[in-house]
Design a protein around this ligand. Structure first.
Ligand code: C2E
Ligand code: MG
Ligand code: MG
Length: 765
């Protein structure tokens, strides 16, 4: 904005209304000292003439958005000035000029509070009517009636009572400006005051005329005052800002609110009553004395009732709205209840519903079974194809299972890829048959988003038994499911007590294993790795054993799985690593340059600090990284996803330092050959199940040869496990297998026995 613009704006901020009010106040105060030259004198004419420019100036200064009312007011003022000029010329009988001013003023006052909003056209009339009606009764009873109806004094100008009557109407309209919530302003207050001043002026004039006089001073001053108030209102800045608050049209809580109505309605009849009593005591009551106050009171009461009806209507509208929102809420609650009981993806009932079904079946003593199903390798599909494909696959699986579920049974979705069905009133054979149908249905490939996916299921079945609790049935079914998974997936396992016993045994093992490191119950045995070319020992594999106090030695097969399940393998594996590194580093210091092979469980590779842990073991033991071989199973590296990526990162870090990696039990797992080329590995350990038992077994021999050739082609070292005979050793040497390990050379032995067992043989690094 330019400086000129700022100056112009500052100019508009001048308080014109104050100046105008001040100047007019001087005129008002001076009026009593000016001798009147007629009923409406020159001072009044001038003052009225000044109001018109004041209105024009106000409109220009404040530029109200809604100006229709103000324009009509301006027209009314100009009309009044013209009437005042013409009055002396046309008199007598020129009063009609004044009458005709009223419709203009009335329209202006009716339009002003509307502010361009339709909803406010009729707002506030009842309230304004009630208040003005009450005031009118008092005004009539105390002021007008005694004069108008006094037959002795009734002059021919009695008709001028019409002016104050019209003023009462104007006053009522002006009250509305103060009653419509949100539009009240100083400007409107001044306009209401103006109508009151008019009423005062015209009433005083009427009283004076009836008494045989002219325009009294009170009227002169009040007319002037009304002009002053109107001009000031137009110049006051609030004339532009009056805007109804949105949505407030119904909250007609005007000045004084309810209290005003009560006072009006109560005071009016009381005052009227007092007056009538007074009249009666003074010799009779005439008809008009009763008709007018009673009529006005009746009008007021009617208006009050109308207002009550309006409030009732508003209340009813609110009640309807409330009813609507209540039923909407009920609907929402229904939806929520459905959501709470159903799975959002498949729309199948959820775990809660399944619980209820199991509980109901048990309570009814029903035969039947709970079958829990879990997709095989679902995580892998999610990782490889993304969750959208995973979701669609779940939908497709749910669809196939649902087709087979008998009537009256419910298929529920438990967790991401877990489903369950409670079959009632069926024997275990029928339930097993249903499970088998699930298995064959899911063996057919699924076509999902143009992918052909294989997703079999594993099933756990638990017969219903009224003696059981719901939680027991679920627990047993899950146990059977895990057994099905462990047994190779894509099959159904029925719960048996043996499963629970096994599980308990594992729990007990875990319990006992928990403190095994602290109690010093773990020991490491070492089995030599022999170079076939010259049958010299190049290294040892560290193999853990558990020696509980007073008990027999427990082989790893009996506790490694439990340690993996419980996570205990992490501290145990770290302990073995440290131990093996220390022992082998000690042998190296004695002049035996052996390498240490240490088994690493997949669970250990999931630890974010695995690589750091290994490097720490090397540093503290002083074993060169090149003397450490980590044995991992192929499953660790074949799956996709973040866990595998982390495992690969660990191995890459360690290989960069010189540590070597061997794939253990090669040939028993996924046997995907592609990963041998891409993954960070150095050696392949051929599983002992490939060792041919005798001269026969040409298939096994062919397989071992294929593995050795493949590894050689990829420049990977080969180690054969489980070599028990000289014949096997000779066969492996013939194939070009580098190293061998097995009972033929030595069983795993305690550290102290290893060197003794190999005394005389020279170790080769
Ligand atoms: P593995 O890593 O494949 O170890 C070779 C297993 O074959 C050892 O069984 C060993 O005693 C056995 N073995 C060696 N030569 C012969 C043979 O000529 N004939 C036969 N039939 N078996 C032979 P062990 O010591 O019972 O260990 C079993 C498995 O336990 C190991 O298989 C390994 O997977 C796991 N394991 C052992 N120690 C640890 C360890 O510290 N950490 C982890 N995570 N797993 C370990
Ligand atoms: Mg091993
Ligand atoms: Mg092995």
């Amino acid at each position: 904005m330019t400086e000129g613009g700022v100056a112009a704006r500052a100019g508009t901020a001048r308080p014109w209304w104050l100046w105008f009010a001040g100047a007019m106040a001087v005129v008002v105060v001076a009026t009593p000292f000016i001798r009147p030259s007629g009923p409406r004198n020159a001072a009044e004419l001038t003052a009225a003439a000044v109001v018109a420019p004041a209105l024009v100036l106000g409109l220009r200064l404040h530029r109200p958005r809604y100006r229709l009312g103000w324009h009509v007011l301006l027209a009314a003022v100009i009309y009044t000035v013209v009437s005042n000029v013409l009055w002396p010329v046309l008199t007598p009988g020129a009063d009609f000029l004044y009458y005709t001013t009223y419709p203009l003023l009335g329209v202006a006052l009716a339009v002003l509070p509307v502010q361009g909003r339709r909803s406010l056209w009729f707002a506030g009339y009842t309230e304004a009517g009630i208040i003005a009606g009450g005031a009118a009764v008092v005004w009539w009873t105390l002021l007008v009636d005694p004069l108008v109806l006094d037959p002795g004094r009734l002059p021919d100008q009695a008709h001028i009572v019409v002016f104050p009557m019209l003023d009462v109407l104007l006053f009522a309209l002006a009250l509305r400006l103060l009653l419509v919530a949100g539009v009240r302003s100083v400007a409107y207050l001044l306009i209401a005051a103006m109508t009151f001043a008019l009423l005062t002026a015209d009433t005083a004039f009427f009283v004076s005329v009836v008494a045989g006089g002219g325009a009294p001073m009170v009227s002169q001053v009040s007319w002037l005052l009304s002009n002053t108030l109107l001009g000031t209102a137009a110049l006051h800045p609030s004339m532009a800002v009056a805007q109804p608050a949105p949505g407030d049209a119904e909250t007609l809580d005007g000045v004084g609110g309810t209290r005003v109505y009560i006072v009006t309605v109560v005071a009016t009849p009381i005052l009227t009553g007092i007056y009538l009593l007074h009249e009666a005591m003074n010799g009779g009551v005439n008809a008009a004395d009763i008709v007018v106050p009673v009529g006005a009171t009746a009008l007021t009461s009617a208006l009050v009732v109308t207002r009550m009806r309006q409030i009732n209507q508003i209340a009813r509208r609110h009640a309807v709205a409330l009813q609507e929102s209540l039923s909407r809420q009920e609907e929402l609650q229904g939806e929520l209840r459905h959501q709470a009981q159903h799975d959002s993806l498949t729309g199948l009932p959820n775990r809660e519903v399944l619980y209820e079904r199991i509980t109901a079946a048990l309570a009814a003593g029903s035969t039947g079974a709970l079958i829990v199903a879990d997709l095989d390798g679902f995580k892998d599909i999610n990782d490889r194809f993304g969750h959208a494909v995973g979701d669609d696959l779940l939908l497709a699986v749910a669809g196939r299972l649902l087709e087979l579920v008998p009537d009256g049974s419910v298929l529920a979705r438990l967790d991401s890829d877990e489903f369950a069905v409670v079959v009632r009133d069926a024997d275990v054979v029928a339930c097993t048959r249903l499970g088998e149908r699930f298995l064959s249905a899911t063996r057919e490939p699924f076509t999902v988003q143009a992918h052909e996916l294989f997703a079999t299921v594993s099933l756990g079945l638990r017969e219903l038994d009224p003696e059981l609790l719901t939680g027991d049935v679920l627990r047993d079914a899950y146990l059977a499911l895990h057994a099905a998974k462990a047994a190779g997936r894509d099959q159904l396992t029925r719960w048996t007590p043996a499963l629970t016993e096994e599980k308990l045994a594992v729990s007990r093992t875990v319990e006992r294993l928990r403190g095994a490191i602290e109690r010093d119950e773990l020991v490491v045995h070492y089995q030599p790795l022999i170079r076939l070319a010259d049958e010299r020992m190049t290294g040892v594999e560290a193999l853990i054993r558990w020696q509980p106090a007073g008990g027999p030695m427990i082989p790893p097969d009996k506790f490694i799985a439990a340690a993996e399940d419980s996570g205990l393998i992490v501290p145990i594996g770290t302990w073995v690593l440290h131990r093996a590194c220390e022992v082998v580093a000690g042998w190296q210091r004695l002049g035996h340059p052996l390498a240490a092979s240490v088994n690493v469980s997949p669970r250990q590779l999931r630890e974010p600090d695995f690589a750091a842990l290994v490097l720490d073991a090397l540093r503290t033991s002083g074993l060169p990284p090149a003397s450490l071989i980590l044995e991992i199973t192929e499953g660790v590296l074949v799956a996709s996803g973040a866990v595998t990526e982390q495992a690969i990162r660990h191995l890459e870090t360690l290989r960069a330092r010189g540590v070597r990696v061997a794939i253990d039990d090669f040939g028993t797992g996924y046997s995907s050959l592609a990963y041998l080329r891409d993954l960070p590995i150095d050696h392949v350990k051929i599983d002992k199940s490939f060792m041919p038992s005798g001269a026969g077994d040409p298939a096994l021999r062919a397989m071992v040869k294929a593995i050795v050739d493949l590894a050689a082609g990829l420049r990977l070292g080969t180690i054969a496990e489980g070599v028990e005979t000289a014949g096997q050793a000779a066969f492996l040497r013939e194939l070009g297998c580098e190293r061998a390990q097995g009972y033929y050379y030595s069983r795993p032995v305690p550290a102290a026995d290893l060197l003794t067992a190999f005394q005389g043989r020279k170790s080769v690094f």
